[in-house]
Ligand binder design. Structure first.
Ligand code: GLP
Length: 232
């Protein structure tokens, strides 16, 4: 298949972050009420640092969505950080647009897609990639037509995200934007840094294989405006 992915190789994770910030800024300058979905994880940390340092992005009219969120325990101490708390620390101190916490939609996830539709759809989605090829929490086996919904987390993802954290009260489920929700965005950025992401990123996106349910990120090859920003 002929893919129109744009690959950008940078020298370091820090420069990957700077590059992403320029694209986010351009998106908002072009459309001040842009609708953007933001990721969590280690990969985007340099991007958030660069975003906080960038004082001339007009965030006021933007609509800020989460890619995914854990289904949080209703009681007891949390041995992990919610993605809302992560974004409150990394993004929201500087981005003063309207924020839509996914935790408010856990009981009714399809309402998150309805909200996006009401706003005219996603202008940009920023993604990381899991070592098993997941994007957001769309694990291997995910249907390309999937919408925002509740999913169970794979063991490999739980291990990657929680490591040796004490097992009790760690989430087994999450809510994630679906593959079709992500692919409906006008523009997609995928950030992948570090040697642990090289093989899976290339397998999903550089190979000439057709997209497959086994590797959710491989469906990005079917999108018309994807920029993959890497340090490898
Ligand atoms: C998590 C998130 C993804 C993220 C991925 C990679 O499971 N749901 O949105 O892209 O892990 O995270 P990291 O950047 O920490 O490797």
């Amino acid at each position: 298949m002929v893919s129109s992915l744009k690959w950008v190789k940078q020298d370091s994770a820090k420069v990957v972050g700077n590059y992403a910030v320029n694209l986010i800024k351009a998106c908002i300058e072009k459309k001040p009420d842009a609708v953007i979905a933001f990721p969590t994880g280690k990969t985007p940390l340099p991007m958030y640092e660069a975003l906080r340092a960038c004082t001339n992005i007009p965030w006021e009219e933007t609509h800020l969505f989460q890619l995914d969120e854990y289904c949080l325990p209703s009681s007891g101490e949390m041995a992990f950080e919610s993605f809302h708390a992560y974004l409150q620390r990394e993004l929201l101190p500087v981005a003063n647009g309207q924020f839509y916490p996914l935790s408010s939609y856990i009981q009714n996830p399809q309402q998150y897609d309805a909200e996006l539709k009401r706003l005219g759809g996603l202008d940009m989605v920023i993604l990381g990639i899991g070592t098993n090829g997941h994007i957001a929490f769309n694990e291997p086996g995910t249907d390309v037509d999937s919408q925002t919904r509740c999913v169970s987390l794979s063991e490999s993802t739980r291990l990657a995200n929680f490591g040796d954290a004490p097992g009790a009260n760690l989430p087994t489920h999450a809510v994630t934007m679906g593959m079709s929700t992500i692919l409906s965005a006008k523009e997609i950025l995928l950030l992948a840094t570090g040697t642990s992401k090289k093989e899976i990123t290339e397998r999903c996106l550089r190979s000439t294989d057709s997209p497959s349910h086994q590797y959710p990120a491989s469906w990005l090859k079917t999108h018309h405006h994807v920029t993959i920003i890497t340090d490898f």
